[in-house]
Design a protein around this ligand. Sequence first.
Ligand SMILES: [Zn+2]
Length: 500
Amino acid sequence: MPLFRIPVFLFLLFSFLTARAQTLHYTITRDFSDDGKKSLLDVTVKFYPKAEDTTWFELPTQMNWSEDLVRCFRNFRVEGKGGRYTRHPRYRHIVGVISQSAEPLTLRYEVWPNFKGEAVTLQNSSSPILQKDYLHIHGRCLFLTPLHYEINDFYDVSIDWLNLPKRWTIQTSYNSGQYHQSFRAYSLDWRNSLCVAGDFRIYKGEVLGKPVYFAIRGKWVFDDQTLFDVILKTIETQRLLWNDTDIPYYSVTMIPFVRPEKPTPGIWTGDYLGLGKYNSFAVYATDGCLLDNLIYLFNHEMMHDWIGLKINPGDYDSEAAPRWFAEGFTEYLALRNCWKAGFFDREDFFKRLNKENFEEHYTNRMSEISAHDAEQCFYYDQECEHVPYRRGFILAFYFDCAIRKNSNNEYDLHDFMLNLLEYYQNSDRSVDETFDFFTETLGEFLGEDPTPFLNTHAIEGKRIPPEKFVLPDYLQMTVSTKGVPQFSIKAGADEADFLK
Ligand SMILES: [Zn+2]
């Protein structure tokens, strides 16, 4: 080895050991009056400002279906010498702190709910929920961070919760049962979190030696333990699927929600909603939801730990508009996982594949809109919202079959996904920005370049004609009178071949 390499290695080691981190300290104090007039969290964040300049903070405007979140933030003040609060001259969602030096300052603000009443619906599900018996708040609606703190850097964060009622329990994406959290995290992903406290019932379990916590409130027709067993089994099978078992902590939360009394026409109003978050996922469900649908939801949301978080799809508005990948591949692999884990059998699997995906997609008036157009109507039209899920599911199934056929059953979609995981995890890369890597790797498994196919069927959005499907020997296809391809395992073939 040439001598000049040694200082490079030493330098890398040195910079790892001494990695600088952005520090942030939060206190969160509940302020609640029983007459309902006061229902807020008083938040302080201690940070290092830009010297002799303005430090800007961006407030969230919309999260998922919840809009107008700027209204949740009130009463900004600055504590500390030489600091002064200011509003942005043009943007309502940006606030600033003017300072004379780089000495740490504290920004204080209040977080209020932006809806009246206690009913949690799809529309207010991501807004701060601050009620008499509990609170449920997304990290982005709670933790403001200075814009000059680099996004791709280490963060040393500490959080203290104050003034919560004694009988309450607490669980966050960072730990369970504790009023103090402190951790080091890379990038701002730590803010994509969820914090709950109140009359939650908390269960602790273990998966492959790592703790998993489940916080649930409300009354259900299932036992808490039935749901928790499903959660533990799902986590175990998925971590083994991805060869990714070293996950130190995981939180699952579940609260009741209701269908809105006056639903906005065209907007989806289902019986359940799940949101994959940092080290955690959040579930909302009505008391009429079915256990099978919850099981599929758990499998879908947890699959996002990999497809979505570790494999970052990137910007949904970009050219690849990768929501078809993020949601559709997740749907397909989650359904396979439900079968593998024993929650569903072969019949359940093919029913969901044939009816809920192929039939719905091939007979839907919107199924051929482009990926880009599907993004524009995603939050505003229920039919449109389904498109990337079903389209991506069908693409995932198509590639799974084609890879199996091309490799004589040596490889399948799962092997391609492991390649993606290796390339994207612990990096700043995203699928949309490195789409060439995605297509080249997929091409190696398929034995041909999939770019034209993806352009036509993923991005332009044309349905895949039945004759294009390439099947492994143990699967067969029929085509319905409406032209919908339908799949099953050949008589006499072993379903274990397809399940592996
Ligand atoms: Zn999803």
